[in-house]
Design a protein around this ligand. Structure first.
Ligand SMILES: NC(=O)c1ccc[n+]([C@@H]2O[C@H](COP(=O)([O-])OP(=O)(O)OC[C@H]3O[C@@H](n4cnc5c(N)ncnc54)[C@H](O)[C@@H]3O)[C@@H](O)[C@H]2O)c1
Length: 263
């Protein structure tokens, strides 16, 4: 604990997932006030059970794909007396999420336009709508930071063979949205710079979440560090990007992938 985030009020979408819940725990420990949000359900319930008694924690139900909900979110937060100065576009439809729901993404040839558009709606349009609402309600009123969450599969393609025989696979819409979200970062960084708002992208690598030994071996062979990340190792970089110490960084993509993108 270093109080690295004292004075930061961080709003996070998709906060109940593997990484989101780690960010919430670590940010609270570093002195941030945390405004968590997610779809209603067991992940949201677990987060509220873990942190609901903490004075520095609030939770809002929020579907980032629902325009009306996103349009009203900062108004609700500000009316409740909280003033976010860091926003994380973290919510996403991920392979792990689909697998957990028993609905793995179809093979490429069987991907319907509906499958594709559902992923774009959450991962990309949702991020755009959150950023647009920041612009309307926050940017220029006080210094703030937006962090868009991409992936090791934003600017690098997957090695498809590592998914052979696995219960999950990478999917095209995911990679497309993760590349696209960095485009949003680059566009907004210059657009907001004179209004004291920074915009950066973090691209996490492969995070361990009960993957099989065989999958860990296959993906580990592609990573300089030779292994998957622990969620806290991604959080270490995220905490820095959320801190005042990252104030002169904007328009950047930060890879936290154990060297996957560095060969
Ligand atoms: N875990 C990894 O290996 C990894 C690697 C690279 C990038 N990422 C990215 O990091 C972020 C967090 O990943 P994670 O591993 O915690 O994923 P996760 O699947 O565990 O969690 C994703 C969260 O997003 C929420 N969500 C989904 N649709 C939503 C919607 N419409 N509105 C609001 N919330 C919604 C889910 O409820 C869930 O809590 C994602 O953007 C993901 O793409 C993760």
């Amino acid at each position: 604990m270093t109080d690295q985030l004292t004075g930061r009020t961080v709003f996070i979408t998709g906060s109940g997932g593997v990484l989101g819940s780690t960010y919430v725990r670590r940010m609270l420990a570093e002195g941030a006030r945390v405004i968590a949000s997610d779809l209603p359900g067991h992940r949201a319930d677990a987060l509220k059970a873990a942190h609901g008694d903490d004075a520095g924690f609030r939770f809002y139900d929020l579907d980032v794909g629902d325009e009306d909900q996103v349009t009203g979110i900062f108004d609700r937060i500000l009316t409740d007396g909280w003033q976010p100065n860091v926003v994380l576009n973290n919510a996403a439809i991920t392979g792990e999420l689909l697998m957990g729901a028993g609905k793995p993404f179809p093979d490429f040839a069987n991907t319907s336009v509906g499958d594709w558009e559902r992923t774009l709606r959450t991962n990309l349009t949702g991020a755009f709508m959150i950023a647009r609402q920041m612009d309307r309600d926050i940017v220029g009123k006080w210094p703030c930071a937006l962090i868009n969450v991409a992936s090791m599969y934003a600017l690098n393609g997957p090695h498809h063979e590592i998914y052979e025989g696995m219960p999950f696979k990478s999917f095209s819409a995911y990679s497309t949205t993760k590349a696209g979200i960095h485009g949003l970062t680059l566009w907004l960084a210059g657009y907001w710079a004179r209004r004291q708002a920074t915009v950066n992208t973090i691209a996490p690598g492969a995070v361990f979440n009960d993957h099989s030994d065989e999958f860990q071996r296959r993906v580990g062979a592609l990573i300089m560090a030779g292994r998957m990340a622990r969620p806290d190792e991604i959080a270490d970089a995220m905490l820095f990007l959320c801190s005042a110490q990252a104030g002169y960084m904007t328009g950047q993509l930060v890879n936290v992938d154990g060297g996957f993108s560095g060969w």
